[in-house]
Ligand binder design. Structure first.
Ligand code: NAP
Length: 301
């Protein structure tokens, strides 16, 4: 089997690589079909997915592939507000270029998307068929990517995830640890609800899902819903850091950071389609976080 992983140095790309190279994720062995996989891991410096010519040339020179996993994206939610066009080039057009090339060589494509395609104005976990209505530039560009991928590639999986943290790269959990250590205080929004998700668990579930042929849109997060504040408290408690914990409303946060993007108040996802097809093997978020906090000193960069 020949695979291409884009955005391979990011949080998810790094965990996919770890799983494919070791044959294992934290929750168990990955499917045996990946045992002899030959994988090209590429990032921005080698393949800019927003360059249509570069994507076509890459596939011509290195393809055909059996599977492409697109982990490349502009993920700075606040940054997207000031450069929506730049984010669109990567999150929507880049995804389209990969989808076209995957389609041309008959490859499966896994494209990763986000809970931020939902407005989050209704406190009920969202299923895959629920109406989307992004309220941020990031969400709009990711939604556009979903539409373009589904249209261009018949053998595509669109996997929406949320609040991702991996061992490699920057994330919310690492930021909370740093703030607690450096300032002895964390101030975190307590009225936005979602699903913290381990990038290693997501990598495992993506590989399991993509070994089959049940194409379409999936929600894939660790199970259970909490606020950013709950998530932050769980991180600093697990790190054994005594610090002041200040809950903030979204309105208070916006006053402190006026240029920050609007985020859904409630964007918890239900892994409904996973449950109904390959099975929902995503564990509770606190269990995944416990493993992460235990392994971070060894595996974190
Ligand atoms: N992080 C989250 O909380 C979260 C939540 C929901 C969904 N997601 C989705 O999950 C996926 C993986 O996210 P992640 O957290 O692993 O992201 P990440 O850590 O930010 O990694 C994204 C990678 O894509 C690369 N990249 C950016 N522009 C590119 C381009 N034009 N061509 C090729 N590569 C490019 C980045 O390189 P540079 O670092 O050099 O720019 C980076 O290595 C994304 O689709 C994201 O939208 C993430």
């Amino acid at each position: 089997m020949r695979l291409l992983v884009t955005g391979a140095r990011g949080q998810l790309g790094s965990e996919l690589r770890r799983c494919l190279e070791t044959g294992e994720a934290e929750v168990g062995a990955i499917p045996s079909c990946y045992e002899d996989a030959v994988v090209d891991y590429v990032d921005y410096d080698v393949l800019d997915i927003s360059d249509a010519h570069a994507v076509r040339s890459w596939f011509a020179a290195h393809g055909p592939y059996d599977m492409v996993v697109n982990c490349a994206a502009v993920t700075n939610v606040d940054g997207c507000e000031s450069d929506e066009a730049g984010a669109f080039k990567v999150n929507a057009l880049g995804a389209l270029y990969l989808a076209r090339s995957a389609q041309a060589c008959g490859a499966k494509l896994v494209h990763v998307s986000t809970d931020y395609v939902f407005a989050g104005d209704d406190p009920r976990p969202r299923v895959e068929t629920d109406h989307v209505c992004p309220i941020s530039a990031y969400g709009r560009t990711k939604w556009a990517g979903e539409v373009l991928v589904a249209d261009a590639c018949e053998r595509s999986f669109i996997v929406r995830t949320a609040w991702l943290y991996g061992y490699v790269g920057r994330n919310f959990a690492k930021t909370m640890i740093r703030l607690a250590k450096d300032h002895g205080k964390i101030s975190v929004v307590s009225d936005q609800m979602g699903n913290p998700t381990s990038a290693n668990d997501l990598a495992y579930e993506i590989l399991a899902l993509a070994s089959g042929e049940d194409f379409g849109t999936y929600h894939c997060t660790n199970n259970g819903t909490c606020s950013w504040f709950d998530f932050a408290c769980a991180v600093v408690d697990a790190a054994g850091l005594a610090c002041e914990k200040e809950p903030l409303t979204s309105a208070e946060y916006k006053l402190r950071f006026p240029n920050s993007a609007d985020r859904p108040a409630y964007s918890s996802l239900e892994n409904a389609r996973l449950r109904d097809t390959v099975g929902d093997e995503m564990r509770p978020w606190r269990d995944a976080l416990a493993d992460y906090m235990h392994n971070l000193p060894e595996l974190g960069d």
